[in-house]
Design a protein around this ligand. Sequence first.
Ligand code: PLP
Length: 299
Amino acid sequence: MSEDRIAYVNGDFVLEKDAVISIRDRGFLQGYSVFDTTRTFGHKIFKLSEHLDRFYQSLKYARLIPGMSKDQMAEITMELLNKNLPLISDDDDYWVTQRVSRGITTSDGEVPTIILETVPLPFKSRANYYKNGMPVVVPSVRRTPPEALSPRAKIQNYANLVQAEFEVTSVDPNAWPILLDMNGNLCEGPGSNFFIVKDGKVITPKEQYVLAGISRSTTLELAAELGYETLETDIDLYDVYTADEAFVTSTSFCICPVFSVNGSVMGDGEVPAPITKRLLNAYSGLVGIDIEQQYLSRL
Ligand code: PLP
C-alpha cells in the first residue's frame, strides 16, 4: 500500500515514491530544518492545533519562514491525511508530519522546502514494550544542551539522539535510550519524554532541557485530573533507581511503561505499574482508543 501513499512537496500532492527535493537543500546539507508530528487515533487526528503551535514556535526559533499560515498548514495536513486514510486498515493509524527546511538559496533569496507526509505507526515492532515494559538504558552521550541548540525546538537534526540510540542498542537491541543533560539529570530520548512516579507524585524533567512533548503535557493534565501531585524538576539517577514507577511519553507511545533503568527494576517490576496503568487508561479514555490493546493486539 505504501506504493500509493501521497506526500505534499512544495505545493504539490505527489506519490511518495516520486517525491524529489534538491541535492542543494540545506535541510540535507546542514541538517537545517524543523518538523512536528502528531498522530491519528481511530483515523481522527490528535491535537493538530497544539502541534502546529509548537511547529510555528520551532520555525520562529530557527528563523525559518515557511510562507504559509498556520491555518493553511492545517488545511493541507487534513487534505493529505484524507487522501492517505483509505490506504490503511481500520485498526491502523498514521503519524502525520510537517517539515520545513532552509531549502535552497537562489538569486532571489532562500526558498524553504515544505514537506507534509504520513506513515503508519509501528504497532507491531513496539508491542513488546507494552507487554514487558521498556528496558531503558542511559547512554554516555549527553543531550544537546540549550547553550548549544535549544532542545525545546523540534529541530530535524537527530544526530545526538541517534548516536545515543546506537550506543544503547549495541549493548541491548531492545533498549530505549534516555539521555542525561549536561548536569547529570535525566532528560529525554529519541522522540520521547521521561517520567517517574515516587510516593504518588508524577515527576518529569523541566522544559528547559527537553522538548515540551504534547503527550507530556497531556499526561501532566490527566495526572492532575486524577488527583496526583505533578512536578517538573531535576531527576537524577538516584531518584530513578528509588522511584516506584517510570514511563515514557510520546505521540506514538502516548504512555509506555518502563521495566528497568540500567538493569535496575522499577518498583516491584509490575508492568504496567498501578499509577502508570491509571494514566494509560485515562489517556485511552481521552482519545477513544484502548492504547495498550492497539499495541498488544499485534503480538
Ligand atoms: N522529545 C523529543 C526530542 C522529541 O522529538 C519528541 C517528539 O518527537 C518528544 C520528546 C515527545 O513529544 P510529543 O509527545 O509531542 O511527541
